[in-house]
Structure formats: structure tokens, C-alpha cells
Design a protein around this ligand. Structure first.
Ligand code: NAD
Ligand code: DAU
Length: 339
């Protein structure tokens, strides 16, 4: 089987490449990634010499390149991770989110239609369901909920999902969509909550918690997400959406306190800063469908996953210290000074 993995130099895409090469050593994986600020070729160093792996630097909206790649490589399956993924950046500058997340999806599906694939899988997000109230712990996101969006990021992901379903109905493209909750684990760019707080705590810098810190996210260890996508591309039903999440809801304050405790730093580092515009209150996935239909269950408890993640950031300082020395510092100052 030959799989095109787009966005494979990013956080989840790279973890997926590692997972698949390990689980299915006979599969061929081609990673297409334009290496934006968030993509890191160094992450893929451990697999660069694997004869079953190939890396191509390129943009998913580059029609000529994408069509040429499909013609040459004859992919069986496409898994589209490529995206602009950070909500705060989408609030600052939505344009590139619409281009990559919507038009990139269209380009990949047009090529999939033209050259024929057995499966086009769209990596979606639970943010397309909007948010849930904090005082209704009985409510969860299910696959049949209407799509709504709070940020330009989630609106772009919802648009892409609608387009994927439209390509299935109109052209018969064999699609699946997964909508996962918040991931954490190795190789996550330190603009997202968990790696940012680990990095700041290790440097004894302030930990900027938005608003009251009561917002809730449903955390899933990245390897469990990769396993779910592997199951969906093999056994998921064409035309279906699968929610992925492990019933692991935590407030942002709980997450930050856990990190501080584990690295042995004081809670005095916590600093409440201005809230995110349109900040979603609570995400919580109902994973009944993927469990009942495909037998998927998460394997990593949050206590273990967060310990492994902190250990990874401690053991791989050069990976993130290189990142925070460049454009990142400008971003950080822009986003957090005077907040
Ligand atoms: P990321 O930002 O870490 O990685 C995105 C990757 O896509 C990078 O390698 C980047 O270089 C690449 N990319 C961006 N624009 C591109 C373009 N135009 N052409 C080719 N490559 C491009 O993101 P992530 O956190 O790994 O998320 C991956 C996917 O999973 C996204 O689609 C995201 O919406 C979805 N998702 C993420 C989470 C999460 O918690 N991180 C949860 C659910 C779903
Ligand atoms: O739910 C899935 C989504 O999870 C993915 O689709 C997105 O790609 C991914 O970025 C993530 O979105 P969030 O906005 O939930 O993640 P983020 O890490 O940016 O923020 C998590 C929570 O922490 C959110 O409530 C905002 C808060 N936060 C974040 C940062 C970066 C802070 O309080 N302080 C911070 O500095």
C-alpha cells in the first residue's frame, strides 16, 4: 500500500509517519509538506533513510505539483494532515488558514478524483462542533451535531469537512473524516498550551493562562490518535465521520498545575492574561461510534502521557531550543507582551 501523508513534518503527521512505518513496515509512505514555521524536517530525520519513506517539499495548494505527484506515485490512500493549526494565529491572520485548510483540501481531492484512490482521509478537529457550556457535563460532541465555528481556524476546518462530504456525494470520492480532540505528546510546536507551559516552566518564566483558566479541553495522547486513523483508513466506512477522544477533560488550570508539579516549579509562575477572542469554553468528545464500529480505545492515561511528554521535552531540548530562537520569539512577544 502506498500512502500520501500531507503535513507529515508537523506534530501529529510526524507521529503518524513513525506509527505507520513501525506498524506496517511493508507500506510505502510519501510525506508532502511545505515546511511552514510549524513543519520541521529534523523531526523526520529518524526515517529519512528508510527505503519505504520519501519526503517531498511542496505546498498542498500547488496544483501542478500535487497532480504530478499523484501521476508519478499512484497513491492508494491519502491522509491529509496539512493545515494551519493554531487558533491564536488564525485570529491574527485568517487568510492563510482559508488557503491551506480549504483550498489545499480541494486540490488534494481533485487529484484523488483524477487519479483514483481507494481512500481519501481528512484529519479534522472537534472544534468544528463549536463549544459546550461549562455547566453541562452531560453534553458531548457526537458526529451528527451541526457544524458551527468560533474561530477562523475552526471555520476553515468546518468548510473543508463540508467540501469532503460534497466530493463524496457529488463525485463518489471514497472519503472518511476523523474529528479528534486536543492532542499532546512529542514534537508539538511550543505555541500550543502543553509544550509552551513546559518550556516556560523549565525556564522559570511566567505561564500565561488565558481568562480564568476554567476552559476545558479533552486531551488525547498523540499515539492514540494515530492508531485511530490507522483503524479508520483500514476498516472505517466510506462516507462516515468518526469522533476521536478519550473522555479526558481537564481545565487549563488543572493542566498547568500538573505540569508545574511534575517539573517541581511553583504555582506562583501562573499569570492570568487577557482572554482569547471568541474563546471556546469546553470540548468533550463522545467516542462511542469509533469504539463500537472499529473497537478503538485510547491506551495512554493522562498521568502517564503527560509524564512521557515532559520527559521527551527534557530529553530533546535541542529540538525545541532551536525553534524558539528564531521567528518564534517575535511571535511570542507579539502574542503575549501587553496582553
Ligand atoms: P502542525 O501545525 O503541527 O503541523 C502542520 C503541518 O502542515 C506542518 O508540518 C506544516 O509545515 C504543514 N503545512 C502547513 N501548510 C501547508 C501547505 N500549504 N502545504 C503543505 N504542508 C503544509 O499541526 P498538527 O497539530 O500536527 O495538526 C495536524 C492536523 O490535525 C491538522 O489538520 C489539524 O487541524 C488536525 N488536528 C489537530 C489537533 C491538535 O490537537 N493538534 C487535534 C485535532 C485535529
Ligand atoms: O480540539 C482540537 C484542537 O486543539 C485542534 O484542532 C487545534 O489544531 C489545536 O491547536 C487545539 O486547539 P486549542 O485552541 O484548544 O489548543 P491550544 O493549545 O492553543 O489551547 C488550549 C487551551 O489553552 C485553550 O483553552 C487556550 C488555552 N491557552 C493556550 C495558550 C497557547 C492558554 O491559556 N494560554 C496559552 O498560552
Amino acid at each position: 500500500m502506498k500512502i500520501l501523508v500531507t503535513g507529515g513534518a508537523g506534530f501529529i503527521g510526524a507521529n503518524f509517519v513513525f506509527y505507520m512505518l513501525d506498524k506496517h513496515p511493508e507500506y510505502d509512505i510519501l510525506c508532502l509538506d511545505s515546511l511552514t514555521y510549524c513543519g520541521n524536517i529534523k523531526t523526520l530525520e529518524p526515517v529519512m533513510d528508510n527505503p519505504h519513506f520519501k519526503f517531498v517539499k511542496g505546498d498542498v495548494t500547488d496544483r501542478k505539483l500535487v497532480f504530478q505527484l499523484f501521476e508519478e506515485e499512484k497513491f492508494d490512500v491519502v491522509v491529509n494532515f496539512a493545515a494551519e493549526s493554531h487558533v491564536d494565529r488564525s485570529i491574527e491572520d485568517p487568510g492563510v488558514f482559508l488557503r491551506t485548510n480549504i483550498l489545499g483540501t480541494q486540490t488534494l481531492m481533485d487529484a484523488s478524483n483524477e487519479y483514483g484512490v481507494a481512500r481519501y482521509h481528512q484529519v479534522g478537529t472537534d472544534e468544528v462542533y463549536g463549544d459546550l457550556p461549562l455547566d453541562r457535563p452531560d453534553l458531548f460532541f457526537t458526529e451528527d451535531m451541526p457544524l458551527t465555528a468560533s474561530s477562523p481556524y475552526s471555520a476553515s476546518k468546518a468548510s473543508a469537512d463540508l467540501l469532503v462530504m460534497a466530493y463524496h456525494r457529488t463525485y463518489g470520492l471514497p472519503v472518511t473524516i476523523s474529528r479528534c480532540s486536543n492532542n499532546y505528546g512529542p514534537y508539538q510546536f511550543p505555541e500550543k498550551l502543553i509544550p509552551l507551559m513546559i518550556k516556560n516552566a523549565l525556564a522559570d518564566e511566567k505561564l500565561p493562562v488565558y481568562g480564568t483558566g476554567e476552559n476545558v479541553r479533552d486531551w488525547l495522547y498523540v499515539k492514540d490518535h494515530c492508531k485511530a486513523i490507522d483503524m479508520i483508513i483500514h476498516d472505517g466506512k466510506v462516507g462516515e465521520v468518526y469522533n476521536i477522544g478519550g473522555h479526558n477533560e481537564k481545565s487549563n488550570l488543572e493542566v498547568v498545575r500538573t505540569i508545574l508539579k511534575q517539573v517541581g516549579k511553583s504555582e506562583d509562575l501562573i499569570t492570568f492574561v487577557g482572554d482569547r477572542k471568541g474563546h471556546d469554553l469546553r470540548y468533550a468528545i463522545d467516542p462511542t461510534k469509533i469504539h463500537d464500529e472499529l473497537g478503538w480505545l485510547p491506551e495512554t492515561r493522562f498521568d502517564d502521557g503527560i509524564r512521557q511528554t515532559i520527559d521527551w521535552y527534557l530529553d530533546n531540548r535541542s529540538w525545541w531550543e532551536e525553534i524558539i530562537s528564531g521567528e518564534y520569539q517575535e511571535y511570542y512577544d507579539r502574542m503575549y507582551s501587553n496582553r
